[in-house]
Design a binder for this molecule. Structure first.
Ligand SMILES: Cc1ncc(COP(=O)(O)O)c(C=O)c1O
Length: 373
């Protein structure tokens, strides 16, 4: 892996947002190099000045279907996979097409901070059905979700797997959501961007693989998170029911052209040929997710952290430090280490930080030492 001096020369938000003496463990980018196969596709396109608009790209559905079959035993319908700019744009355009201003959308806090911004952008009302946290498990509160549907919510925006809790929703939970959505005529938008980053000891269930989910369910996903090229801007909107697909014809056609050519072909390459790179990456992340536990036990034993079932984000309760809601700001200024503040994921989570462990063991240790100091 690249050392800190090399990483500091990168152009992404992770490396440019804070001054150079701050160790950045916040935004969800990995410090690992991108799969050489993907880099070769990109290098060749750049070398040939092959940088126009995105046209027809059957390679993406083909590659995604292969990936879904190999990893999840599920076969999406190629004719119902649409391109979009990124997962954020995809979710916003899907909901914009199906909603009217003021509609209520359920989220499950603590949840990925952009969900709040996307719904504000659409002038919708965000209603919360917080996850239940019991015996080291974060899970969906089905009763709270039903209560929100009963009081008129027309959508639920799921983070599946869940960022920042690292939770894989179970088949039972997802089936219950599907049944509720049918009972209350509500739509389920399932953001599955973290799904390929599921650890070998877990089983990820694509929402649309559940038949009860298909009439009112939409998946939005991309290879960008798992294969580490968020800057390339391409994602897909997936349905698995003809009526649902046609309802989304209300979205602007420009969705497709607003995705990037490089992103589209990188996605095709990653989903088709990235399994080996992904398996190696997951081995490193598996080591790291456990290392965070060991290092917290060593340096900050009163912090609370549940090892995630998916992805590379550690959701840590640091109330033992008594830093209050502004812990992250304090840590950036005084300890020169950046995490995402818990309050980004929901007002009531000031006791938490989110730490990105997709980096080297040395950098993780340095970050936790700075936190504990
Ligand atoms: C749950 C979730 N959805 C979406 C995104 C962002 O996706 P995109 O960059 O494709 O909009 C992230 C980024 O971390 C995420 O964690």
């Amino acid at each position: 892996m690249r050392d800190l001096a090399e990483l500091r020369k990168l152009h992404s938000s992770k490396w440019l947002r804070y001054p150079a003496d701050v160790l950045p463990l916040h935004v969800a980018e990995m410090d690992f190099e991108v799969d050489p196969g993907v880099r070769a596709v990109l290098a060749e396109m750049v070398a040939k000045s092959d940088l126009g608009y995105l046209g027809p790209i059957p390679e993406v559905p083909e590659a995604f279907i292969g990936f879904a079959q190999r990893h999840w035993g599920w076969t999406p319908d190629a004719a119902q996979i649409r391109m979009t700019t990124d997962v954020g744009v995809g979710v916003v355009e899907v909901i914009r097409a199906l909603s009217k201003p003021g509609d209520k959308v359920i989220i499950n806090s603590p949840v990925y901070h952009s969900f709040y911004m996307w719904l504000d952008e659409l002038h919708l009302t965000t209603v919360d059905a917080p996850l239940i946290h019991e015996s080291d498990v974060w899970r969906l509160d089905l009763a709270a979700i039903e209560a929100q549907f009963k009081s008129g919510a027309r959508f639920i925006l799921l983070s599946s797997p869940h960022n920042p809790a690292g939770r894989i929703h179970t088949l039972e939970e997802l089936t219950a959501i599907a049944e509720l959505s049918n009972k209350y005529n509500a739509y389920v938008i399932s953001d599955e961007i973290h799904a390929p980053l599921t650890y070998a000891d877990q089983k990820f269930i694509p929402y649309l693989s559940i038949s009860a989910a298909q009439r009112r369910g939409i998946m939005v996903t991309s290879s960008s998170k798992a294969f580490n090229f968020a800057g390339l801007k391409a994602a897909i909107i997936v349905t698995q029911n003809q009526e649902m697909f046609e309802e989304l014809n209300a979205m602007p056609e420009a969705n497709h052209w607003r995705a990037s050519l490089l992103g589209g072909f990188a996605m095709a390459k990653a989903f088709a040929g990235g399994d080996k790179w992904l398996a190696e990456t997951m081995t490193q992340l598996d080591h790291n997710r456990k290392l965070v536990k060991e290092l917290l036990a060593k340096y900050l034993p009163d912090a609370k952290y549940v090892i995630p079932q998916n992805s590379y984000l550690a959701w840590i309760d640091i109330s033992c430090l008594g830093l209050g809601d502004n812990a992250s700001e304090y840590l950036i200024e005084n300890k020169k280490v950046a995490f995402n503040p818990g309050t980004e994921f929901g007002d009531q989570f000031g006791a938490y930080i989110r730490l990105n462990f997709a980096t080297s063991p040395e950098i993780i240790e340095e970050g936790i030492k700075r936190l504990a100091s």
